[in-house]
Ligand binder design. Structure first.
Ligand code: HEC
Length: 351
């Protein structure tokens, strides 16, 4: 880590923070989305099953009493007076609409009046569950059916009133028209308060979860792109506003410490543009430049003084060498003799 440069370090730290953030935030968001998708499916299922119960109630309470006399006399059974029939018919109409074809509603029984209502293995298991646990009022979950992932809500259907037994106790008690239409095999032998069927609604789960996944991908995508832009921008700003100016200053400092000529650097536009900046680095550069100028001027002056000193020392040294020769006794006697000889010569000429 110590050898990494500033922008790499920033990128690594920010990416680390981002990854941890996206892991925690993403997980929380995904869970929230899944929870919401689950809530939506559950609401849909509950709404539909309650609607079917309302249809059943309407048939029992409003339609059947009106047609009670006709059922007894009519040679043809009037299925419209049966709650299970009306619920199934209404739901078929609902399924006929676009978008709802994958929804399913069933009142599944082991021994149904209408063979289409026969419970499959899965539904039979649910039914057994309701038989054995009377307190259980609702079970929900997921199952794959015809290649679709479906969410289901299942409730036990009980023989809730005596009126049900008019048709579901024994074939002898049932209207003859019912036997003529449905036969005397299924839908009999049921008792009051007995769980006889499982009322189950299937809601397609895939679409809801797919749309949750889409939302998740979109939000995470925006998050990722934003962060990538932030990292790139920070790198760019760091390079332009911090690293590049610092490099210029450290280049200058290097030249000063190596005692190289740095007068051109002092006048360079790169340094100028930094000292002109109104921020902290601009301030630092101004102080640094002033110092560098001082150092430069002092060095020039010092060099001149040293040159003068060397000249002076040279002169003194030469003088010393001269006087070293001239101050010796030998030289003095030599001088003395030369003088005497010159005087002698002069007196000889005058003779
Ligand atoms: C008038 C006779 C009649 C009455 C009353 C009646 N049913 Fe039925 N029931 C039928 C017939 C006929 C079917 C088959 C309808 C169809 O074609 O789906 C049926 C179907 C059902 C089914 C679906 C499973 C199957 O057997 O096909 C359930 C569950 C059911 N009835 C329960 C009840 C309950 C609970 C009541 C009392 C609230 C009730 N029935 C009252 C005649 C009746």
């Amino acid at each position: 880590m110590s050898k990494l440069n500033l922008s790499t370090r920033f990128t690594l730290i920010l990416s680390g923070v981002f990854l941890v953030g996206i892991a925690i935030g993403g997980t929380a968001y995904w869970r929230a989305l899944q929870g919401r998708a689950q809530d939506e499916i559950t609401t849909q299922g509950t709404l539909l099953i309650e609607t079917m119960n309302a249809v059943r109630g309407y048939t029992s309470n409003n339609v059947r009493p009106l047609l009670a006399d006709k059922i007894a006399d009519s040679p043809q059974f009037i299925s419209e007076t049966v709650p299970a029939f009306s619920a199934r018919s209404v739901f078929e109409n609902f399924r006929g609409q676009l978008n709802f074809s994958t929804y399913l509603y069933k009142e599944a029984a082991i021994n149904p009046t209408n063979p289409v209502d026969i419970a499959d293995e899965f539904e039979a298991d649910l039914l057994n569950q309701f038989y054995s646990d009377e307190s259980s009022a609702e079970v929900s979950g997921y199952r794959d059916l015809n290649g679709e992932n479906l969410f289901y809500i299942a409730r036990p259907l009980k023989i809730g009133s005596e009126s049900c037994l008019e048709c579901h106790s024994t074939p002898e008690n049932a209207p003859t028209s019912l036997i003529a239409t449905y036969g005397d095999e299924g839908g009999f032998g049921w008792e009051l308060n007995e769980v006889i069927a499982v009322q189950i609604i299937y809601v397609p789960a895939e679409e809801v979860f797919n749309s949750a996944l889409q939302t998740f991908t979109l939000v995470m995508g925006i998050f990722l792109i934003t962060f990538a832009i932030v990292i790139l921008l920070i790198n760019f700003l760091l390079r332009n506003y911090v690293i590049q100016p610092v490099n210029v200053l450290s280049g200058l400092a290097n030249k000063i410490s190596a005692d190289e000529n740095f007068s051109t650097e002092l006048e360079s536009t790169a340094l100028h543009s930094i000292t002109n900046r109104p921020d902290e680095l601009g301030n630092l550069a101004q102080v640094f430049k002033k110092m560098a100028v001082d150092v430069y001027e002092r060095t020039v002056k010092l060099k001149e003084q040293v040159k003068d000193l060397i000249i002076k020392i040279d002169q003194i040294r030469r003088q010393e060498q001269v006087s070293e020769i001239t101050d010796t006794d030998f030289f003095n006697t030599l001088q003395q003799r030369a003088k005497e000889m010159r005087n002698k010569g002069k007196s000889d000429e005058t003779k």
